[in-house]
Design a protein around this ligand. Structure first.
Ligand code: GDP
Ligand code: GDP
Length: 436
C-alpha cells in the first residue's frame, strides 16, 4: 500500500508543532528488542479517511548559530521539497502576510510539488476573512484552520489527500514492488540499471506527478516489477546533512509500500548499523527480504571466502535467518541474472497460502513433539489455526489463554511452520487469540 509523505513548512511560531501533534496518530516508537530505525522523533504515521501517510516534522531541523530565520526556513522548505509528496505551507492568520512567507512561497511554487496553503490561528469563524490576503502568495486557495482549537483540520486533510490520488494506479497492483536499500555507493543504481538493461526486458516509463523519478517498471519472464532506488533523491539535494536524516523516512516509506526489500551490502565494507536498522524495519513489517552482497569482483577469494562472508553476515542479521543471500557484481554482471528470480522466489513465499488441514497437521505434530508450557496449574492449549492472509502470510491460532503464550514457544511454532512450509525470504505473522 502506498504511503505518501507530507511535510509541514512555515515560519517559527505559526503553529507547526501544534498542527503536527494534532494530525499525528502516534509518534513512531520502535520496539526495543529489534534494531530500531531512529529515535529522533522526526516523523509520525497519520491517516485521514482511507488514506495513510507519513508526516514529517521539518521543525526539528536545528537552526545553526549564524542562521537567520529565513535561512532556516529555506532549509526546511528544501528538505520538504526533496522528501515530501505533499507540502502543507502554514502561515499565521493573526500576524498576517510577511516577507518571509513570500520568499518561502516562491521556493515552494517553483518546486512543482503539490502545496496546500493553511492559515492557522483562525480560532473564530468570524475571522475567516483574515485568510484572504494569503491569496497574494499565488499558491492557491488558503484554508482557514485553528490548530489550537482543532478547527478546519478536516478541510485541510481533504485537500491534502486529493493529491494522493495519482499515487498508485490499479494497474500497478499486478506488479511486484521491490525497494533497493543500502548505504550510498553500494551499487543500487548500478544494479537497477543492469536489470533494466538486460535483454528481453520491457521498461516502462511511469507517469504521475507525485512519483519519484527513481521508480522503474520492468517486465520480464519472471514477472512484472517496480524497482525503487531509495538513494536517488539524496544525491540531487543542496542540503545534504538534513536530507540524509530525512531520507531515512523516505526509505521507510519505500519499504512500507514494497513487497520485497533488497538490502545491498558492499562486499568490501560489510554491514553497518544503519543497514541493520533499515532492514530491521522491513523485518518488523514482515516484508519479503533478501540480501545482495555487491562488488564481489573486488574481493580476493579462495573456496572458503563466500562461506566465511555468509557466516559473518548472518551473525549480524540473525533476527532474519529466513533471508536468502546472493553474491554479485553489478559491474561485471556476475550472477546478476539471478537477482529477479530470487526476488520472485521471495515474493511467491510472501504470497503463499497454506491449507487449514495441512497447517493443523503440522501444528498437531509440533505440540506433541514439544509440550506447551504451564501457566500456574494450567497448561497452554493450542486448539487450531488458520491462515487469514497473505503478503505476508498471516496465521491466527486459537488458544486457551494468551498470557500463557511465551515468546520462546511462539518462536518454536514459527520455526515449525518454517520447517514444514518454505517461507524462505519472507516474514510471517502469527497472532494468538483466546477461545475458552
Ligand atoms: P511552531 O514554531 O511553528 O512549531 O509553532 P508552535 O506549534 O510551537 O506554536 C507557536 C505558538 O502558537 C504556541 O504558543 C501555540 O500555542 C500557538 N498556537 C498554535 N496554534 C494555534 C491556534 O490555532 N490558535 C492560536 N490562537 N494559537 C495557536
Ligand atoms: P548507489 O549509490 O548505491 O546507487 O551506488 P552506485 O550504483 O552509484 O555505485 C557506486 C559506485 O560503485 C560506482 O562508481 C559504481 O561504478 C561502483 N560499482 C557498483 N557496483 C559495482 C561492482 O559490482 N563492482 C565494482 N567494482 N564497482 C561497482
Amino acid at each position: 500500500m502506498a504511503k505518501p509523505i507530507v511535510a509541514i513548512v512555515g515560519r517559527p511560531n505559526v503553529g507547526k508543532s501544534t498542527l503536527f501533534n494534532k494530525l499525528a496518530g502516534h509518534r513512531i516508537a520502535i520496539v526495543d528488542d529489534t534494531p530500531g530505525v531512529t529515535r529522533d522523533r522526526i516523523y509520525a504515521d497519520a491517516d485521514w479517511l482511507q488514506y495513510e501517510f507519513k508526516l514529517i516534522d521539518t521543525g526539528g531541523i536545528e537552526p545553526k548559530s549564524d542562521d537567520i530565520i529565513l535561512a532556516q526556513m529555506k532549509r526546511q522548505a528544501q528538505v520538504a521539497i526533496d522528501t515530501a509528496d505533499v507540502i502543507i505551507f502554514l502561515v499565521d492568520g493573526k500576524q498576517g502576510l510577511t516577507d518571509s512567507d513570500n520568499e518561502v512561497a516562491t521556493m515552494l511554487r517553483v518546486s512543482n510539488k503539490p502545496i496546500v496553503l493553511a492559515v492557522n490561528k483562525v480560532d473564530n469563524m468570524k475571522d475567516e476573512a483574515n485568510a484572504y490576503e494569503f491569496y497574494n502568495l499565488g499558491i492557491g486557495d488558503p484554508i482557514a484552520i485553528s490548530s489550537g482549537q482543532g478547527l478546519g483540520l478536516g478541510d485541510l486533510l481533504d485537500e491534502v489527500v486529493k493529491h494522493f490520488k495519482d499515487y498508485e494506479t490499479e494497474e500497478e497492483d499486478e506488479y511486484i514492488r521491490v525497494a533497493f536499500v543500502g548505504r550510498p555507493n553500494v551499487g543500487k543504481s548500478s544494479l537497477i540499471n543492469k536489470l533494466l538493461g538486460e535483454e528481453r526486458s520491457i521498461v516502462t516509463d511511469i507517469a504521475g506527478t507525485t512519483r519519484d523519478a527513481i521508480d522503474s517498471m520492468l517486465e520480464t519472464e519472471e514477472g512484472k516489477f517496480i524497482l525503487v532506488d531509495t538513494a536517488g533523491l539524496r544525491r540531487k539535494s543542496k542540503v545534504k546533512e538534513e536530507i540524509e536524516r530525512y531520507s531515512v523516512v523516505r526509505t521507510l516509506a519505500a519499504i512500507e509500500r514494497s513487497d520485497v526489500v533488497v538490502l545491498m551490502v558492499d562486499a568490501q565494507e560489510g554491514i553497518a548499523d544503519q543497514d541493520e536498522k533499515i532492514i530491521g524495519y522491513a523485518h518488523d513489517m514482515r516484508k519479503a527480504i533478501m540480501v545482495i552482497v555487491n562488488k564481489w569482483d573486488l574481493i580476493e577469494k579462495d573456496d572458503k571466502t563466500m562461506n566465511k562472508y555468509l557466516d559473518e553476515l548472518k551473525l549480524s542479521l540473525k533476527f532474519m535467518q529466513y533471508a536468502p543471500y546472493l553474491f554479485i557484481s553489478a559491474l561485471t554482471g556476475q550472477r546478476t541474472h539471478k537477482v529477479l528470480s530470487m526476488i520472485k522466489g521471495c515474493y511467491d513465499n510472501y504470497n503463499k497460502k497454506i491449507g487449514t488441514g495441512v497447517l493443523n497437521d503440522v501444528i498437531g505434530k509440533a505440540l506433541l513433539q514439544k509440550e506447551p508450557p504451564m501457566i500456574g496449574t494450567k497448561r497452554l492449549k493450542v486448539y487450531y489455526g488458520t491462515q487469514t492472509g497473505v503478503k505476508p502470510p498471516t496465521f491466527v491460532f486459537f488458544i486457551n489463554d494468551t498470557t500463557a503464550m511465551h515468546f520462546s514457544y511462539s518462536r518454536y511454532i514459527e520455526n515449525q511452520l518454517r520447517d514444514a512450509f518454505d517461507f524462505t525470504g519472507t516474514g510471517i505473522k502469527i497472532e494468538y487469540r483466546e477461545r475458552k
